[in-house]
Design a protein around this ligand. Structure first.
Ligand code: MG
Ligand code: MG
Length: 267
């Protein structure tokens, strides 16, 4: 079931998405070599609660193994759903920080991959290409297109660089629930899949690897890693499908304001 959002609902979605954006910037301030990922999680949780939101990932999933944290922090070959804890970031780690918030009945869900300190040019290219592919997907999120137009734009761009496009995890609709229809794969054929209509809320999120696309789940039941151990990047925005041009509800501008981010300056 696809829900089209009214303008007043979109305003609430924007509030939720913007709270996630500001939370990612708070995390960015402290994300450096030597920091424990659990500390970043506490910063995010406090900030969200202080701003009248609810961390939407915490408790998500099955009753027997609910996700235990506010952020998903996925380092290097971890693709998504990494659990923050005692791990200490090292110089050159690439760190996907994914955050979900519920505010006033609506959800925001977006993600940025940071570098702890500095890393090599090959890894920076993975981040730049993944970020660019996100915007190439968003360019297709317009009324009258199909989901496959988004999927194909992401896949065809990333595969030019011989990168792997993760198949097992996909983007999704978003609004009154964190995950709504339709699914937004990062691979597919143009002109296929559900038709996009004005007022659809979408979370578009390329998950791209430097090697093969295959992934495996760790023993914790959450952390997804590349099967071949290659590095992986992940960026996510919340958008509204419109005529002519999608509207992006989330923003990386707060990250750019708070820290000097080479990827945002050079992608
Ligand atoms: Mg998502
Ligand atoms: Mg997310």
């Amino acid at each position: 079931m696809v829900y089209l959002k009214s303008e007043s609902e979109i305003e609430k979605m924007r509030e939720a998405a913007q709270l996630v954006s500001r939370t990612l910037a708070e995390v960015a301030k402290e994300l450096k070599p030597g920091v424990q990922t659990g500390k970043l999680d506490r910063i995010a949780e406090e900030f969200i609660v202080k701003n009248n939101g609810r961390p939407a990932f915490k408790g998500y999933g099955s009753r027997s193994n609910p996700f235990p944290a506010t952020l998903c922090i996925s380092v290097n070959d971890e693709v998504v759903h990494g659990i923050p804890g005692t791990r200490v970031l090292n110089e050159g780690d690439i760190v996907s920080v994914d955050c979900g918030v519920e505010k006033d009945g609506f959800f925001g869900d977006h993600a940025f991959t940071f570098i702890a300190g500095d890393t090599d040019e090959e890894t920076k290219q993975l981040l730049r290409v993944t970020l660019r592919s996100l915007y190439k997907g968003i360019d297709q999120a317009v009324h009258g297109n199909k989901v496959g137009d988004i999927s194909h734009a992401v896949q065809s761009y990333c595969e030019k660089f011989d990168y792997g496009v993760v198949r097992d995890l996909v983007g999704h609709g978003i609004g009154r629930s964190m995950h709504e229809d339709p699914s937004i794969p990062n691979f597919g054929k143009p002109g296929r899949g559900p038709r996009l209509r004005t007022g659809m809320g979408l979370a578009i999120e390329p998950m791209i690897t430097m090697g093969d696309w295959r992934v495996k789940t760790e023993k914790d039941g959450w952390t997804i890693k590349t099967a071949d151990g290659s590095m992986s990047a992940h960026y996510e925005h919340d958008v509204i499908v419109r005529e002519g041009e999608a509207e992006i509800l989330s923003t990386f501008d707060y990250i750019a304001e708070i820290t000097k981010n080479e990827i945002l300056e050079t992608y």
